[in-house]
Each structure stands twice: as structure tokens, then as C-alpha cells.
Design a protein around this ligand. Structure first.
Ligand code: IMP
Ligand code: ZN
Length: 416
């Protein structure tokens, strides 16, 4: 059976090196989780720093800190009405949905550890991107996308998210006949069915441009996004630039992104997710984007990047911050070193998000709790962070007003 997996996954993924290939190609071996789900202990060269720093991080973070949690604290974070603005569809698949998908594809026996990083475990950013390739093999039909979409929306709603902007990369899958267009149609059908079911959540969608696809694929995605912007009555709101930050260069995407902006699509761009991307970041900030994903190294100590902080501050471009994602993919070494502290102290607009709640085994309530525990924030401060996120959504000012009313109605009961 392992050879079946090896052929069906590894060949299609063209994984040639790295720990995933080792696991997949061992043949004898083992999909044993310990090899992948290792605790951080100076292994794996994450971009965040050297062995000493990693050792420091290992001692200072072992999953969300919840030791001194007063009774009912968890309830507060769940009841808190929340806005989620940075969630990748295929990274948000829960283990329950993954089980359903796997049951339909018995020849793909992918172990849990290859699609999710458990509590207290970490991987390198590169390993995380291999995980997405594996997940994509599991969601290769439009019916998978529809099921995933409905489950993910339901899970966010159950977690107290009232407004959700999901993003996803449209994919062609010749083996199943799925095209980029039918992919987006499946996503939108999911939104429609959730609405019909009366879920208490407003869902919008951003089409993602994967850096790995290069300029031609980016232009194709922009064209598709423009079509759907006109035909979906406000559900499609924008475009995301994401994918492995080491792949390609931002300059290749300037033209399609500018075209998208001119067409009325909002831009959410992953920027400075890894160090030493000042040149690319400066170029993309010139567009300017409407929101920034992560921005982890925008404020890094080099004098040369001081102007990047200035640019972002001048435009008051909101940052989408994802603590567990950055910790588990090791771009941030401990929660107290997270760049939330830097931007929050400046009074800059930030939005707390999950990024990939499935892969990183989290949800938005846990992210708020981790933030509060790490930075010692009061319930009122947490409330304000959640409320201010409404200003950063891509939907109309009418939707913002409605959400603000909803927050006001809930305030007393949630804070008391
Ligand atoms: P999908 O677009 O719904 O297939 O979601 C998975 C994809 O989102 C991945 O293949 C990446 O392109 C992108 N992605 C997820 N997390 C990150 C991240 O932290 N940085 C950059 N891209 C990401
Ligand atoms: Zn992301």
C-alpha cells in the first residue's frame, strides 16, 4: 500500500527532495508521524534565525498558553463576534472533513500528520508548502471543493465568525475535468448553499494568485476574478497574492495586480513573510495593496527597511496577522516576539486571522486567546481588536454599518 501512495502522490507531486520525499520514497517506511511532527528543537532551518534562537523558542512556546485561564475564559473568545479576513480554503480543512474526503479516496492513504500540524509541533515554511501540495491531491474534484467550502464556512460560523473572507487558488485538474472556472463556481455554490441554510455568517471570496504559477497564470486568474466581480453581486471582492514566498518575484505580478485594481478588485498581498524581500515589498507597496498578509519582516531591524514601515503607516494599510501559523511555520520564534506587538503599539490597524486553521490546527477563538494571554490584553482590548477589524473588510460601507450594529447589540452580554 505504501507503494501505491508513493506512486499516486509522489509522482504527481514531483516531490524530489526534503523530508516529505524521504517519507514518501522510503517505501519501507513509514509514514510515521514522529518524523514529521517533531517538536522544535533546533532542527529545520526556518527563516527566523539560528539554533540558539530556535532553542529559545522551543522553551518558550509549546502551544497556546492556557495555564492561568479563569473559568469561562474560553467561552468569552468563542462568544466574541469575530471577523476573519485571511483564511486559505484548502488550508482551512478540518480533520473531520479530511476524514470524509479520505473515505471517498481509499487509494490515497495520506496520514493525518501530512495535512495537519498538531499542537506544540512545528515545521519549516517549505514543509508547509509541501503539505498544501498533498492537500490539493485530496481536493481535486469540484464536489470536493463544494463540500470543503460548506464545512469550512459552517466551522467558522460555529466559532463565532460573523463575517468571513475566504480565499483560494482556482485550479485546473485534467484528471477530473475540474477547471479554474468550475472551481470558482463550486466555491460560490458553497456560499449560496450556506446562505440558504440560514447560517449566521456573511461570506465573501478572494481569488488567489499563486506565486509559483508565474505571470501568465496570474493574468488568467485576474481575468476570471474580473468576470466574477461583475456577476456575483458582491461575493467576489478581491484578489490575493500568496504561495511560497521564495518562488518568483513580485515584479512579475505588478502588471496583473494593477489591472485587477483598476477593475475594482481589492488587493490583499502576502508581503515580507520571509526576510530580505525589501525590494519586492517596496515595489508591491507602490500599488498600493488594500491589506497586507503577515508582513512579518516589514519592521526588521535593517535601516534600509525603515521606509517600508513608513509607507505602510502613511497608507494605514491593515495587516492580517496569524500567530499560530507564523509559530508553526517558524517565521516567528515565540508568541511574545510576534510583530503584533510592534504594530499594536503604533496604533496601526491589524486584523487577527487564522491563515490555515486546518493545517495549523487552530481556530479564530484560540488565536484571540493566544493573543490575549501573550500580550496580556483585557477583554475590552480584545473586543476593540475584533470591532476595529470591521473597518478592514472589503465589502461595502453598508455591510460595515450592519456588522457594527451587530457588535453593539452583543457587546454587553459578551463583556459582562
Ligand atoms: P488554496 O488556495 O485554497 O488551495 O489554499 C492553499 C494555498 O494557499 C497554498 O497552496 C498557498 O498557495 C497558499 N497559502 C496558504 N498559507 C500560506 C502562507 O502562509 N503564505 C503564503 N501562501 C499561503
Ligand atoms: Zn496566508
Amino acid at each position: 500500500m505504501r507503494y501505491v501512495i508513493r506512486q499516486s502522490l509522489c509522482k504527481r507531486l514531483q516531490v524530489q527532495e526534503g523530508p516529505f520525499a524521504e517519507l514518501l520514497l522510503l517505501g519501507s517506511g513509514s509514514f510515521s508521524q514522529p518524523a514529521l511532527d517533531r517538536p522544535l528543537a533546533g532542527t529545520g532551518a526556518g527563516p527566523g534565525g539560528g539554533a540558539a534562537a530556535r532553542a529559545r523558542a522551543a522553551s518558550s512556546w509549546a502551544g497556546p498558553a492556557m495555564a492561568a485561564e479563569p473559568p469561562g475564559a474560553r467561552g468569552f473568545y468563542r462568544q466574541l463576534p469575530k471577523v476573519e479576513l485571511h483564511a486559505h480554503l484548502n488550508g482551512s480543512i478540518s480533520s473531520a472533513t479530511m476524514k470524509k474526503l479520505m473515505a471517498q479516496k481509499p487509494d490515497l492513504q495520506v496520514p493525518h500528520g501530512m495535512t495537519m500540524i498538531d499542537k506544540g509541533k512545528r515545521r519549516s515554511l517549505e514543509e508547509c508548502f509541501h503539505m498544501f501540495q498533498i492537500i490539493h491531491q485530496i481536493t481535486n474534484r469540484t464536489e470536493d471543493i463544494l463540500m470543503v467550502m460548506k464545512d469550512v464556512v459552517q466551522e467558522f460560523a460555529a466559532d463565532g465568525v460573523k463575517y468571513l473572507e475566504l480565499r483560494s487558488t482556482p485550479r485546473d485538474e485534467p484528471t477530473t475535468g475540474m477547471t479554474k472556472r468550475t472551481y470558482v463556481e463550486a466555491v460560490l455554490e458553497g456560499v449560496r448553499q450556506c446562505k440558504e441554510d440560514g447560517l449566521d455568517i456573511d461570506v465573501r471570496f478572494l481569488l488567489s494568485v499563486d506565486r509559483r504559477g508565474g505571470q501568465i497564470a496570474a493574468k488568467e486568474t485576474v481575468k476570471l476574478a474580473e468576470d466574477f466581480l461583475l456577476s456575483t453581486d458582491g461575493v467576489v471582492v478581491g484578489l490575493d497574492l500568496s504561495g511560497n514566498p521564495s518562488a518568483g518575484h513580485g515584479k512579475d505580478f505588478l502588471e496583473p495586480l494593477l489591472e485587477a485594481k483598476k477593475a475594482g478588485l481589492k488587493l490583499a498581498l502576502h508581503l515580507s513573510e520571509i526576510p530580505n524581500q525589501e525590494e519586492e515589498t517596496r515595489l508591491l507597496l507602490g500599488l498600493p495593496p488594500d491589506r497586507i498578509g503577515h508582513g512579518t519582516f516589514l519592521h526588521s531591524s535593517s535601516l534600509a527597511s525603515g521606509d517600508l514601515v513608513q509607507l505602510v503607516r502613511q497608507n494605514r494599510t491593515p495587516l492580517e496577522l496569524c500567530l499560530t501559523s507564523n509559530l508553526k511555520s517558524q517565521t516567528v520564534l515565540s508568541s511574545d516576539q510576534h510583530h503584533f506587538g510592534f504594530w499594536y503599539n503604533l496604533g496601526h490597524p491589524i486584523v487577527l486571522c487564522t491563515d490555515d486553521k486546518g493545517v495549523f490546527a487552530t481556530d479564530l477563538s484560540q488565536e484571540y486567546q493566544l493573543l490575549a494571554d501573550t500580550f496580556r490584553l483585557s477583554k475590552v482590548q480584545i473586543w476593540e481588536i475584533s470591532y476595529n477589524a470591521i473597518n478592514c473588510i472589503f465589502a461595502s460601507s453598508h455591510t460595515k454599518t450592519k456588522l457594527k450594529e451587530q457588535w453593539h447589540q452583543l457587546k454587553t452580554s459578551v463583556l459582562e
